[in-house]
Design a protein around this ligand. Structure first.
Ligand SMILES: C[S@@+](CC[C@H](N)C(=O)[O-])C[C@H]1O[C@@H](n2cnc3c(N)ncnc32)[C@H](O)[C@@H]1O
Length: 249
């Protein structure tokens, strides 16, 4: 059975038809990932004495590649991975001359042998798309395994607490049930689907409490060097957590 995160392919096919270049682009109906806050956090991490200044970077959930292109403009050699074939095709079309490679891959089920090791692993706002606990463990294990000792993992994710009143207004028609956001779904059946009041829903986002996400990282053996938590606010019903985590030497 398909994994729910594979449904991103449908969103990218729509974006391509409408001429929208990236996740969160105008008219996409999705919230932008490569925001001012993302850039600021990446700049903060990369300016730390323990962070790499050059070398190999891999982005998990690169979409059409805006984040990894930006990092590679700063001296890294990059590989972007995404589960969506259309996203990877669009990323390649947009990345001429950037020295970035792109490849389709599911981070929760990835053969890492041929990838080699990286100085920097960036979660491109992908971790919150992983709604199954075992898949989340596999995701963090992959991040750990592809990093060189002393390498840095940057995690950027939505998190709880969630302002439920605002969630109802902003995430129209969606349900938040036991940390998981569910989207009404009439398409192909996928793992983790549920029925609420006679309607089928697909799991799309995982809203763990930010402290629980820090524990997930610690359990995966990362040292947490830089942590920024933004609580939900008038502009956003959910919180965001950004972490610069080190794989010990
Ligand atoms: C919020 S979008 C961000 C895309 C991109 N980083 C950007 O900033 O434009 C999250 C991305 O993660 C990808 N994704 C979700 N689950 C994945 C998985 N298991 N393996 C690889 N990519 C995945 C989706 O296809 C989607 O492109």
């Amino acid at each position: 059975m398909k994994k729910p995160y594979e449904s991103h392919e449908i969103a990218y096919q729509k974006m391509r038809k409408q001429g929208i270049k990236q996740w969160g682009g105008k008219g996409s109906g999705t919230k932008g990932s490569f925001s001012y806050e993302t850039k600021r956090f990446l700049k903060d991490v990369l300016s730390q004495p323990w962070a790499p200044k050059e070398g190999r970077v891999i982005e998990f959930g690169c979409g059409t590649g805006p984040i990894i292109r930006w990092i590679c403009e700063r001296g890294f050699r990059g590989l972007g991975l995404d589960v969506s074939k259309t996203a990877i095709d669009m990323a390649k079309e947009q990345s001429d001359g950037h020295g970035v490679r792109f490849q389709r891959g599911d981070i929760c089920n990835l053969n890492t042998k041929r990838l080699g090791k990286f100085d920097l692993v960036v979660d491109g706002h992908c971790y919150h798309c992983i709604t199954d606990i075992e898949d989340r463990k596999a995701y963090l294990d992959t991040a750990y395994n592809v990093l060189k000792p002393g390498g840095v993992f940057v995690l950027m994710t939505m998190c709880a607490p969630v302002n439920r009143k605002q969630f109802k207004q902003d995430w129209k028609g969606q349900r938040l049930h036991k940390k998981v956001v569910y989207f009404p779904w009439r398409g192909e059946t996928c793992q983790g689907m549920r029925t609420f009041t006679g309607q089928h829903y697909m799991p799309t986002r995982y809203m763990a409490h930010w402290k629980d996400i820090l524990n997930e990282l610690r359990q995966a053996d990362f040292n947490l060097n830089l942590i920024r938590y933004n609580a939900h606010n008038y502009n956003d019903a959910v919180g965001t957590l950004t972490v610069g985590a080190l794989k010990p030497k």
